[in-house]
Design a protein around this ligand. Structure first.
Ligand code: CP
Ligand code: NVA
Length: 308
């Protein structure tokens, strides 16, 4: 029977916080949780959820994951707690550390999350920032592994904005030794510091490809992946970005360039017929709802490795 290994780092605020072996371990544990071959008991453990932005999948998958493990969650809504009043993070983090066992935080700046992690004495999880979405990347690779069995040799092509989802996909892909291609309009490339750091993992440079040509990136790819063109907090750029991302939608034409058995992913929520056509979301190639389900199994695995 599989056993839970504790993560070396206390926090999971970036995909860089875990090693290649730890990613493999989380994916294996998640698979066991999914098949119901395995469970652990986290009775009495409490997860605090601080969400400065909306969420369906991340929030609910954390709540259900904790329930399945026998623990509980507290919704620390910033507008009804003193967080919204502007209580200093260093105070909130130290107080919550005396009540809760782990915090999952969704906010804008990565530096806010880092400040929580600095002052908290309990693990802090990144539930999405403007820079990264590391829990999402774990679910993405679980979905890809389920489909193809083996990750090595697979090509994952992300078409769209070089945003938080793309950044974590790149890092997690580098940890797993998977080829990740990013196709984005000029000026919307992923974070250059993270790109540089990811390219140094396992000497990963040759497996990481950035282009401005979606067709070229899609050629014989095993996975086509996209996300919204304007993320939460970028609402005022919507009109401009919609123009600049013209030609970057995943449609049946782009899908026809990928490998015959290619799958399509989207972290959701989607704008149908914008970054991805309705037809592709509903196609036989789509694994978008399996991917959403896998958020739950991965959260169970992650919480186990942080708390058990
Ligand atoms: N994919 C994802 O993080 O979705 P939510 O914004 O609904 O949590
Ligand atoms: N890039 C998107 C992902 C939402 C899950 C955003 O940050 O809004």
């Amino acid at each position: 029977m599989i056993k839970v290994n504790k993560l070396v780092n206390k926090n999971f605020i970036s995909s860089f916080d875990i090693s290649s072996q730890e990613v493999h371990h989380i994916l294996e544990l998640a698979k066991n949780f999914k098949s119901k071959d395995f469970n652990i008991n986290l009775q009495g453990k409490v997860l605090g959820l601080i969400f400065d932005k909306s969420s369906t999948r991340t929030r609910v998958s954390f709540q259900v994951a904790m329930a399945r493990l026998g623990g509980t969650t507290i919704d620390l809504n910033p507008t009804t707690s003193q967080i919204g009043r502007g209580e200093p993070i260093r105070d909130t983090a130290r107080v919550l550390s005396r009540y809760c066992d782990v915090l999952a935080i969704r906010t804008f700046k990565q530096s806010v999350l880092e400040e929580y992690a600095k002052w908290a004495t309990i693990p802090v999880i990144n539930a999405l920032t403007d820079l990264e979405h590391p829990c999402q990347a774990l679910a993405d690779f679980l979905t890809i592994k389920e489909e193809f069995g083996e990750l090595k040799g697979k090509v994952v092509s992300y078409i769209g904005d070089g945003n938080n989802v793309a950044n974590s996909l790149i890092i997690c892909g580098a940890l797993l030794g998977v080829e990740v291609r990013i196709a984005c309009p000029k000026g919307y490339e992923p974070n250059s510091f993270l790109l540089d750091k990811a390219s140094k993992i396992n000497d990963n440079k040759s497996l990481l490809k950035i282009t401005n040509d979606p067709s070229c990136a899609s050629l014989d790819a095993n996975v086509l992946y996209t996300d919204v063109w304007s993320s939460m907090g970028e609402e005022n750029q919507k009109e401009q970005k919609d123009k600049e991302f013209n030609g970057f939608a995943i449609d049946s034409n782009l899908l026809s360039k990928a490998a015959k058995d290619a799958i399509v992913l989207h972290c959701l929520p989607a704008y149908r017929d914008k970054e991805i056509t309705d037809e592709v979301i509903e196609s036989k190639n789509s694994r978008i709802f399996e991917q959403a389900e896998n958020r739950l199994h991965v959260q169970q695995a992650l919480l186990s490795c942080l708390l058990y």
